[in-house]
Design a protein. Sequence first.
Length: 240
Amino acid sequence: MVVNNNAAAGTSEEVAAATAQVVSGTLVREVHERRQGYGYAIQRGLREASGDYIVISEPDGTFLGRDTFKLLAYVDDFDVVYGSRTARTFIWRGANMGALLRWGNWGVAKLMEFLFNSTNLTDVGCTMRLIRRDALAQVASEFTIGGSAFGPEMMLLSLLHGLRVIQIPVNYLPRVGISSVTGDTRKAIVLGVWMITLVLRYRLRAWARSLGPAREVNPATVAAPPHAVAEQRPNGDDRG
């Protein structure tokens, strides 16, 4: 499935041309998401996808299709498998992963790992990931970000919901074209600060909810003897 998020003219024609080259019987579909934004595009794809295992990637040449098999290797044991682009061995020459982006992503990932006591995390900006359909159903209704910070929000929600998560290194290649965000150092720094704020906000909100007011207790029920409490059960059920 290809999500066309107000892409340049000629994109639909490229999709049609690529469709003619896929293995016979493979369904290729293009959907259009008019709301502009990285997060909106991915969310549209997640809603439209019909498989039990959903793999998210980008069509800019930065990821290898064969790495899908790496993600699938973990589906029996994990609900979400996130890719990581920060392992130096897997960063190809010419890829847009300089020191600022690499260590910035690693640092925010480690902040998330520490605050949420999670598994080993090394990247918050890698698009390539796999999620099981039943796991997606638990978090999809809580997506709020339509822009570039959608990736870490999805990670945060998967941790808060107690999903089984793992992150593995994937190949990262030179991009076709220039990124409108990470291709600009200033925008990349602003996005990094926003991601840090997002992580802290989700952590503080979770703590606030856990420290919320305790549920009220009926004084009459507390004071009543055991047999009186049993008699209050509906439908004549007097089990203790």
